[in-house]
Ligand binder design. Structure first.
Ligand SMILES: [Zn+2]
Length: 300
């Protein structure tokens, strides 16, 4: 048995997993006062102990605890996880005393989601493929000949920070003109709510409805067309470098499936952005959604 933890900016999900299947799950929204290094570690220990107790997992039955975490992960140490209020955290060191004999893995959350989609989900049949998690930001992962590519020290392949406009919009990473600043669902939400003077907390479902109802002369329609174009520019760069057979899109973009997929595929085909048009990838929507992070966290 394995336990996978998906640690997000506002939510934690912990699952007891056997062969990719979730047998038992605990989910909890994170309040502001529950964030910060010590509090997060205490909370994780408490949830882990409860799961072990309630499922009567005797010594030796649990062999892996995996953690999917936003931010940069370098040699198992999480750095730069700003939305968790964690400057740096070594989960392995923090947990190994309480959970002796259990292998502890820490990985970037998009890489975990990608591993889950590759092993059990929509990317199963493809050996050269990519995954983009598109929500508040954009995370990326690349598989080459079946293997997840990793950087020298860090998880790397931060596809959301490909620069698509050298003097462009400021990105959360500090740079200007990143793909994420133009093609995340966060940026789409911001553009439309600014233009229409809407509440910035507008939820995804309402935004999808608003775009669906808009016609060619509406500002929201124009913003959305521009959004698709930016999405296409970033994806084209990924195609030009890696020539993937398929690209899976996960994160809150899955709610926009009907609005995005066809337009994006047409644009990729008909634009001048892609160098080798004979090898255009299939664009797919992720299958495992919210469970992908915790499942992928436990894959060795
Ligand atoms: Zn950036």
């Amino acid at each position: 048995m394995r336990i996978g933890i998906d640690l997000g900016g506002s939510h934690i999900g912990v699952g007891l997993i056997d062969n990719g299947e979730i047998l038992y799950k605990v989910e909890k929204d994170l309040q502001e006062d529950e964030k910060g290094t010590l509090k997060i570690i205490d909370l994780i220990k408490k949830i882990l102990k409860t799961i072990i107790e309630q499922n009567e997992l005797k010594k030796g039955k649990l062999d892996v605890i995996g953690i999917a975490c936003p931010g940069v992960v370098e040699n198992g140490i999480v750095r730069k996880s700003e939305n968790l209020n964690i400057p740096e955290i070594d989960f392995k060191k923090e947990l190994e005393n309480d959970f002796k004999g259990i292998k502890i893995i820490v990985r970037n959350d998009t890489k975990c989601a990608a591993l889950a989609e590759k092993e059990y989900g929509i990317l199963k049949e493809y050996s050269n493929c990519a995954m983009l998690t598109i929500g508040t930001g954009i995370g990326g992962a690349i598989f080459y000949k079946g293997n997840l590519l990793e950087g020298r020290n860090s998880s790397a392949y931060e596809l959301g920070h490909i620069i698509i406009n050298k003097n462009g919009k400021k990105c959360s990473c500090g740079a200007k003109g990143c793909f994420e600043a133009y093609a995340s669902i966060g940026s789409l939400k911001e553009e439309i709510s600014n233009a229409l003077k809407l509440d910035k907390r507008i939820n995804g479902i309402d935004l999808v409805e608003l775009i669906k109802k808009s016609d060619k002369n509406d500002i929201s329609y124009k913003i959305f067309e521009e959004y698709i174009d930016n999405l296409c520019v970033g994806i084209a760069s990924i195609c030009n470098i890696f020539e993937p057979e398929a690209i899976a899109l996960g994160g809150s973009i899955v709610y926009y499936k009907d609005l995005i997929l066809e337009k994006l595929e047409n644009k990729l085909k008909n634009s001048e952005y892609v160098f080798n048009k004979k090898e255009l990838p299939k664009i797919l929507m992720a299958k495992l959604n919210n469970d992908a992070g915790m499942i992928g966290a436990t894959i060795l």
